[in-house]
Write a protein that binds this ligand. Structure first.
Ligand SMILES: [Mg+2]
Length: 272
């Protein structure tokens, strides 16, 4: 069976949008279309697309800003930008931002079909890789000295690794980032007492259905029963239990080891 490609078309001009949808459907593509960059971002968050065709000039968020965000969230997806007449600067800016190609309005049908086809060819290896996702498990290991300035870099890396395997909504990314930052900060301050000769080890395992992160310090540990009640929202405002409260809020499970110097958080992604 031939591969069915999914395209997303974004243009605030309804006539052109309709035209492109009909054109692409006739070519055998599966097409989704919307009139604003915001709507495009929310659709990209819900479904995966093989290629994005976007207008540059749109009210509110323009196509270049959309491109900027798409490059971060979906780095492998080819993006074709459509520019108005005589706007070479825009086109160059689009390429600099990582657009696969651009076409100038008004364009010939042949021209846009060729550009789209070429974009899909280029991203083919990536799509093939995507077929492996259900069987892929990625593990990462980070060891850092007890230095607070590294906390954000670690949480960033954890989320990046998680995003590789996918099936991750933006809200979950934010939650994971916050949970990791809070617990890592706890490990550095309360566990290792900021002693830089002591390490914190962060281990991540992710597959399509589950993410698990373990954070271990070299401190004495603590009696986890002494924690403020994590189900009481009032404790959100007390410094000690706050990190753990937030982690419990965002993750499905937060489990400490007996000693209290290792915490494992996990989240089921199959119901994302
Ligand atoms: Mg426009």
């Amino acid at each position: 069976m031939a591969e069915k490609f999914r395209l997303l078309v974004v243009d605030d001009e309804e006539t052109l949008r309709q035209f492109l949808v009909e054109l692409f459907v006739r070519e055998g593509y599966e097409v989704s279309a919307c009139g604003s960059a915001r709507e495009a971002l929310s659709r990209l968050d819900q479904t995966s697309f093989d290629l994005l065709v976007s207008d540059i000039k749109m009210p509110e968020m323009d196509g270049l800003e959309l491109l900027r965000r798409v490059r971060v969230a979906h780095p492998e997806m080819p993006v074709v930008m459509m520019t108005g007449h005589g706007t070479v600067e825009n086109a160059i800016q689009a390429l600099n931002l990582g657009a696969f190609n651009f076409i100038r309005k008004p364009f010939a049908i042949d021209e846009i079909l060729k550009v789209v086809q070429k974009g899909l060819e280029v991203s083919r290896p990536y799509r093939m890789g995507r077929g492996l996702l259900p069987f892929l498990r990625v593990q990462s290991l980070i060891k850092i000295p007890s230095r607070l300035s590294l906390v954000h870099a670690v949480s960033f890396q954890i989320v990046e690794t998680a995003a590789l395997v996918g099936r991750f909504r933006n809200r979950s990314k934010l939650g994971l980032r916050l949970a990791v930052e809070e617990l890592l900060t706890n490990a550095i301050i309360h566990g290792n007492h900021r002693d830089e000769s002591k390490e914190v080890t962060i281990q991540e395992t992710i597959d399509q259905n589950k993410i698990q992160v373990t954070i271990m310090d070299q401190g004495e540990g603590f009696d986890t029963r002494s924690l403020p009640d994590p189900t009481d929202p009032d404790n959100l405002f007390k410094s000690h239990g706050r990190g753990i409260f937030l982690a419990r809020f965002y993750m499905d499970e937060v489990v400490f080891n007996e000693k209290g110097n290792m915490v494992t958080i996990s989240k089921n992604l199959s119901d994302e």
